[in-house]
Design a protein around this ligand. Structure first.
Ligand SMILES: Nc1nc2c(ncn2[C@@H]2O[C@H](COP(=O)(O)OP(=O)(O)O[C@H]3O[C@H](CO)[C@@H](O)[C@H](O)[C@@H]3O)[C@@H](O)[C@H]2O)c(=O)[nH]1
Length: 316
């Protein structure tokens, strides 16, 4: 069994590769010439890397013809919401064109590859109070160019399934975190700031944005297990929420992180961290996925956050 992981050098990609190797699967991953390798350095002897620009149809066609994967985990994306306001077209082009190029190549070579595509709870966007926990049937009211790009990826998955019978599973994953999470994202950003304060690299002031938002966090190690099950047991063409089924405010998440440290830390709002529009609440209902695959999250949030802080503490 051969799996192709796009974005293998990224946060989720590196955990996905580890999980697949443990299943005895042959792993091929895409990188770009500017990809950083620190998350997969320990895996290099066990995986094969292929340089590929997903936005370039020729590059993708060459990749798919060469690898002919049984499974694809399509994780590569511009995944940071604030970047999508600064470069909306780039975000949409990157996320949408890359996926269309993969679909087209699979179609052209007539492969029966099973594909998981990383859609997002951001697609739900504005959610009414009586709509939580959010089911897959909820209206999509996206609030950022990033969310729009994910709606497009999601519906393209549906359309390619309907039009051509491609085996596509759409996973709408809620926030996820854990060791190696990029430092822009809120959990990692706060954990890194605390670790830097503990190391004396930074004064004891922690900068924050909107602490009122509510998010549903799952451990990345539970998420990659869900992606595997999605291809093993998911119904082609379907969408599935991957979530913990609980949520907390960003302030509560910060309080938990601060409780792990002995430092006295002042919390200060940095207006540049506030967004033109922020999704107020994301709380997912993962019952549909659970019924189909038996998956449920296993790693407690407190453990995830401890592991994340320890990860940053261990960085030079
Ligand atoms: N990044 C960041 N966010 C902050 C900060 N302070 C407060 N926040 C708030 O923390 C929440 C989470 O922000 P992010 O970690 O940047 O994640 P996100 O915007 O919710 O998007 C993530 O989850 C999506 C799934 O719901 C993913 O699709 C997306 O790629 C990303 O991982 C947002 O409400 C944001 O305004 C800060 O200093 N930095």
């Amino acid at each position: 069994m051969k799996a192709l992981v796009t974005g293998i050098s990224g946060f989720v990609g590196s955990h996905m590769a580890e999980y697949l190797l443990r299943q005895g699967v042959e792993v091929v991953g895409t990188i770009r010439n500017r990809s950083r390798m620190e998350h997969i350095r320990h895996l290099l002897k066990d995986i094969r890397l292929v340089e590929c620009e997903l936005r370039d149809p020729f590059s993708v066609e060459t990749l798919i013809d060469d690898v002919r994967p049984d499974l694809i985990f399509h994780l590569a994306a511009q995944s940071f919401v604030p970047t999508s306001w600064n470069s909306p077209i780039d975000t949409i082009h990157n996320n949408v064109a890359g996926q269309v190029n993969i679909f087209e190549a699979i179609r052209r070579f007539g492969l029966d590859t099973k594909m998981q595509i990383a859609c997002s709870s951001e697609e739900y966007g504005h959610v009414e109070a009586n709509e939580v926990p959010i089911k897959e049937t909820n209206p999509l009211r996206p609030l950022s160019p990033y969310a729009i790009s994910k709606v497009a990826q999601d519906y393209l998955g549906y359309q390619y399934y309907k039009s051509y019978g491609l085996h596509v599973i759409r996973t709408r994953t809620f926030n996820h975190t854990g060791p190696r999470r990029g430092e822009n994202f809120v959990t990692s950003n706060f954990a890194k700031q605390i670790a830097d304060i503990e190391k004396g690299k930074k004064p004891p002031v922690l900068h924050v944005g909107n602490l009122e938002a509510k998010r549903d966090f799952t451990d990345v190690r539970d998420v990659v297990r869900a992606y595997w099950l999605a291809l093993e047991k998911g119904e082609p063409g379907e969408d599935y929420n991957i979530a913990s089924g609980t949520c907390c405010t960003i302030a509560e998440m910060l309080a938990l992180l601060l409780s792990f440290s002995k430092e006295k830390i002042e919390v200060k709002t940095d207006p540049s961290r506030l967004r033109p529009s922020d999704v107020e609440i994301l709380l997912g209902d993962y019952e549909k996925f659970h019924k189909r695959t038996g998956w449920r999250p296993e790693i407690p949030f407190e453990q995830t956050m401890r592991d994340l802080l320890d990860y940053w503490r261990a960085q030079p």
